[in-house]
Design a binder for this molecule. Structure first.
Ligand code: FES
Length: 574
């Protein structure tokens, strides 16, 4: 007999107006897949599998899936895999972020609509983990996040290569004429050579560490390399943990709380992690009515040291981080700053976990809290008349000599304009200017791509210029570096102040004051605003998901989520 408290196949019955008929019919069709009657009576652990031929980072998921299934069976459940859409970072146009919310909806609805008692979420590549966490938070069924794990590094001559900080490093050298076409072709084939996510502390790795810190992944699993046998053991353990939660449910709403979100923010700051992660964490927390703000991040940043010496900020790679002690080692260093009574999907508190963790740490990779790489967190929120709702700078990946500076704006009004003019030998630009990119925010045609890492104009890179202040409403890859002000909100394409910047305007950046200001009078800005017209195609002239996205996506400070996916009583005060 099926009812809402039922388990396994009897959950969430298709409604024909006759419950007994519904369960009879469902069992009949499930039998066609070869399950015995005994097996069909078991509780079910769904496995959300985001394997795709368009996602190189998830190449090893078939093997990982077998291990998850083994774990579920050991825990007494019936494992049933189901596909969701997948977001392979470099295979999506205009940008993967646009489809994060779609994947979160797919995950949420399929977890809720299909008969399962718990779920393992298999993700990894950049937007997949935030999408799965968002979906799981909204569905609020016991869930374990299993990540793909990072790629191993490779070699080019004597140099160690890891996607994709080294992709950018060598491309910069190629643009400057220091690397030949033959060499760059050779390097291209050596940058990403195994399954798994990018090999540095990019967005995927940052989100994996955040998932573990939140308590949604099993302790010690975030950093295990994709191809390491421990990754398979982590998959087995994740399946088993999900099965264990059938009798003793731990729901995402019990794991993702104000306190665990604050712990996750501390982790992000201590990692010097990806700027994208603040957008994603805001969106994940928002699904449970928890507000994350840049002001809050700044307050935590003042007391959270940078501890992790990984590219793109430092020297090492994710496999080194794993062998150095991983997330557990960072958590132990941060312990006095953390809420220790937060719950993990393993059924223990963070405090319990840190008590029993063996404690190995390689301090060449993970610094001691009393001898940090930097005393303050890796990210800083900037505010001012250019970004009334905030902007983000990854100060740990930026050039300190540019932190207190006023510069002349050189404006590109779209990505196309940038591509057309940035390498023009006649471009009026010097190393002291501020490059400004407009119309690359979430509601623009480009959908907030990772284009905030504006290329240094060729004529300057040929002179040896490696960094300049660059400002935009776009994002930046977690694997990139530079003095790059991102996520300016409100964005230019909805008439934010960024849209009003003109060539030659002076802009003042002060990291010390956490400010970014356009030094133009209010009267002149009001005049420019009165002349401003949106170039966005109106939502009603679009169709399908593109229309939904254009009309519903929020600004970066609200996580670029859709308001209707947040709890009905959740009010963003931005
Ligand atoms: Fe998948 Fe970088 S391309 S994590």
């Amino acid at each position: 007999m099926g009812d809402e408290k039922a388990t396994g196949l009897s959950r969430g019955l298709t409604n024909y107006g006759d419950k007994d008929f519904s369960i009879y019919l469902r069992n009949s069709f499930a039998s066609s897949m070869g399950y015995s009657r005994e097996v069909l009576k078991k509780p079910i652990v769904g496995i959300a599998n985001s394997f795709s031929g368009f996602n190189n980072c998830h190449r090893h998921f078939p093997e990982l899936l077998e291990a998850v299934k083994r774990g579920v069976l050991l825990g007494g459940g019936l494992p049933i895999e189901f596909p969701t859409i997948s977001l392979g970072e470099v295979f999506l146009s205009p940008t993967s972020l646009k489809f994060r919310n779609l994947m979160s909806m797919d995950t949420e609805e399929m977890v809720r609509a299909q008969p399962m008692d718990a779920v393992v979420l298999m993700g990894g590549c950049d937007k997949t983990v935030p999408a799965q966490l968002m979906g799981a938070a909204s569905a609020d069924l016991p869930a374990v996040q299993l990540v793909a794990g990072p790629m191993m590094t490779s070699r080019y001559g004597e140099e160690r290569l890891g996607a994709c900080t080294d992709c950018r490093r060598f491309w910069g050298k190629y643009r400057a004429g220091d690397v030949s076409t033959e060499q760059i072709n050779d390097i291209e084939g050596r940058l990403a050579t195994t399954a798994g996510t990018c090999a540095v502390m990019g967005t995927a790795s940052t989100m994996a560490c955040i998932a573990e810190t939140l308590g949604m992944s099993l302790p010690g699993t975030a950093a295990i390399p994709a191809v390491h046998a421990d990754r398979l053991r982590a998959a087995e353990a994740s399946g088993r943990a999900a099965a264990n939660m059938i009798d003793q449910p731990i729901r995402p709403s019990e794991v993702i709380t104000e306190k665990s979100v604050e712990n996750a923010l501390r982790m992000l700051l201590a990692l010097g992690g990806s700027t994208n992660a603040i957008v994603h964490l805001t969106a994940v927390a928002g699904r449970l009515g928890i507000k994350v703000s840049l002001e809050k991040m700044n307050a935590l940043s003042d007391t959270t040291p940078v501890l992790v010496n990984l590219k793109p900020v430092g020297e090492h790679y994710m496999e080194d981080f794993f062998f150095a002690g991983g997330v557990g080692a960072v958590l132990r260093e941060l312990k006095p700053l953390l809420h220790l009574d937060t719950l993990t999907v393993a059924g223990e508190t963070l405090g319990d976990r840190l008590e029993r963790d063996p404690g190995y740490v390689d301090h060449r990779v993970i610094a001691k809290a009393d001898a940090p790489l930097e005393p303050q967190g890796g990210l800083v929120g900037l505010f001012g008349n250019l970004a009334p709702r905030g902007a983000v700078l990854k100060r740990s990946a930026a050039d300190e000599t540019l932190f207190e500076k006023t510069g002349r704006a050189v404006v590109f009004n779209s990505l196309e304009d940038l591509a057309n003019r940035v390498d023009d030998p006649d471009l009026d630009i010097t190393r002291d200017d501020f490059m400004v990119l407009q119309n690359a925010g979430p509601k623009s045609a480009s959908g907030m791509p990772e284009a905030g890492y504006l290329p240094i104009p060729k004529k300057l890179s040929a002179q040896g210029v490696k960094d300049m202040v660059r400002i935009s409403d776009a994002r930046m890859s977690g694997t990139a570096f530079g003095t790059i002000v991102l996520h300016v909100a409100p964005e230019a394409s909805v008439g934010g102040p960024l849209a009003l910047v003109r060539n030659g305007d002076q802009i003042k950046l002060s990291v010390k004051d956490k400010s970014i200001d356009l030094l133009v009078s209010d009267e002149e800005l009001a005049r420019r605003k009165s002349e401003w017209k949106s170039e966005n195609v109106p939502a009603e002239m679009r169709r399908g998901y593109d229309r939904l996205y254009a009309s519903e996506v929020s600004q970066a400070d609200e996580g670029c989520d859709f308001a209707f996916l947040q709890p009905i009583d959740f009010k963003s005060d931005s």
